[in-house]
Design a protein around this ligand. Structure first.
Ligand code: 6PG
Length: 482
């Protein structure tokens, strides 16, 4: 189908937008690439649009694709997660040879990646499950990539992966792609990236709600606020696109686009996975969980419309200083964001321990420094924190973040007080502060909780004054209620 070379450097299956853009990115770095899609007219269409003068080989069948790639073959799957990936692996295995590499580039539950790594390795081939972040544009121009799987596969794909990834650093030459760890480690890191993305987005939406509701800022004013925020410590891709969104008009009505969008959030599941896995690990990743629940609450649009007609709340208006409040919201957002990243890293550390993954936490911050959805200036600070102490227990304890929260704390508390007083729902901001206050508490009320458990269920407790496990006959010792 094409005049391009027969022994391609790489193969890619699945030409939906992410696959198409990754293929074009790979080819643009000088690699020849064979492409395939289940629906063959998609391959023809791709070749019509991009084949001319480029090193693509369009393949109608998996057999042709495998034949077109040089050994050891590196073939990437960019199809819907779950069963389609398993089916494709089963089709590919008999066509490929020991030493070849199968790469899954979709968002996938990490346990599936662990299972597939074992399965593909059992057939003598190598497997990589890689996180790819950055949406359509990232895939084309430079995504952040988080590969994990069979360690021996990494040297085989490293030159291509690092060539196509986003670059950061003073000379723009540090790739946002490096080996994360064995089996499902790359997908776990990508899932935590997405959970942090959920938290960031929810917190930005809460800042928007606060500014809109308390101060009545217009979208044009919000554009200016977010522009300014993007020049400081909040500098990030998500703040930048939020700024841009406030400037967009609906071509049909001329109205501000953001005001026409239904306030019902969707989700594909990575935030839910992270929340579920946090519960399994017993780590308090409360912000991603809150962000998932906030989406669930938003989805109850009809119920909310009915409830809004009958349930009451405060009616007073904000009377404070406008400029100060905008700055307070900025600081509250920054402090909450720090808590969210701290939680994400604690979950990663717990998962690394449980799965025996030798994760480099500073290196992971660097992978997220460019290309991905959560890319932000402050990830540099996270890298520095882990460089200074690779066993850092919690980011909140790193001097830079301790200081940042100390500075923003009065504003953070003021924003939450104001929201409570005015009845504005900002669950992530509140949740972050509750986490911070809980984490810095030497004493929590869990002594009473343990007493309750022991009272009704003889679940036993530990004591502060001596080691061991204890049980009390509470009923015998209690004051006679009569
Ligand atoms: C990325 C994104 C991406 C994810 C979307 C949608 O890193 O490029 O995380 O992988 O699919 O953001 O996620 P939800 O539909 O769950 O919001």
């Amino acid at each position: 189908m094409s005049a391009a070379p027969a022994a391609c450097d790489f193969g890619l299956i699945g030409l939906a937008v992410m696959g198409e853009n990754l293929a074009r990115n790979i080819e643009s770095r000088g690699y020849s690439i064979a492409v395939n899609n289940r629906t063959t007219h998609v391959v023809d269409d791709f070749m019509k649009r991009f084949g001319e003068g480029h090193k693509f080989v369009g393949c109608h069948t998996l057999e042709d694709l495998v034949k077109a790639v040089a050994k050891p073959r590196k073939i990437m799957i960019m199809v819907k997660a779950g069963k389609p990936v398993d089916e494709l692996i089963d089709h590919l295995l008999p066509l490929m040879e020991p030493g070849d590499v199968i790469i899954d580039g979709g968002n996938e539950l990490y346990t599936n990646s662990i299972r597939r790594t074992k399965y593909v390795e059992s057939k003598g081939l190598l497997f990589i499950a890689t996180g790819v972040s950055g949406g359509e544009e990232g895939a084309l121009k430079g995504p952040s990539m988080m590969p994990g799987g069979t360690p021996a596969a990494w040297p085989l794909v490293k030159p291509i992966f690092q060539a196509i990834a986003a670059k950061v650093g003073p000379n723009n030459d540090i790739p946002c792609c490096d080996w994360v760890g064995p089996d499902g480690a790359g997908q776990y890191v990508k899932m935590v990236h997405n959970g942090i993305e959920y938290g960031d987005m929810q917190m930005i939406c809460e800042a928007y709600l606060l500014l809109k509701t308390t101060l009545g800022l217009t979208n044009a004013e919000l554009y200016d606020v977010f522009s300014e925020w993007n020049m400081g410590e909040l500098d990030s891709y998500l703040i930048e696109i939020t700024r841009d969104i406030f400037s967009v008009k609906d071509p049909d009505t001329g109205k501000d686009m953001v005001d026409l969008i239904m306030d019902k959030a969707g989700a594909k599941g990575t935030g839910k996975w992270m929340s579920q896995l946090a519960l399994d690990l017993g780590v308090p990743s409360t912000l991603v969980t809150e962000a998932v629940f906030a989406r669930c609450l938003s989805a109850l649009k009809d119920a909310r419309v009915r409830a809004s007609k009958v349930l009451t709340g405060p009616t007073e208006k904000y009377t404070g200083d406008k400029k100060n409040f905008i700055e307070s919201v900025r600081q509250a957002l920054y402090a909450s964001k720090i808590c969210s990243y701290a939680q994400g890293y604690v979950q990663l550390q717990a998962a690394a321990k449980e799965n025996n993954w030798p994760l480099d936490f500073g290196g992971i911050a660097l992978l997220w420094r460019g290309g991905c959805i959560i890319r932000a200036r402050f990830l540099e600070r996270i890298k520095e924190a882990f460089d200074a102490d690779k066993n850092l227990e919690n980011l909140l304890l790193a001097p830079y973040f301790q200081d940042a929260i100390k500075k923003s704390q009065p504003a953070w508390r003021h924003v939450i007080e104001t929201a409570v007083k005015l009845g504005i729902p900002i669950p992530a901001f509140m949740n972050a502060l509750a986490y911070y206050d809980g984490y810095r508490s030497e004493r929590l009320p869990a002594n009473l909780l343990q007493a309750q458990r022991d009272y009704f269920g003889a679940h036993t407790y530990e004591r502060l004054d001596k080691p061991g496990t204890f049980h009390t006959e509470w009923i015998q010792l209690r004051k006679d209620p009569s």
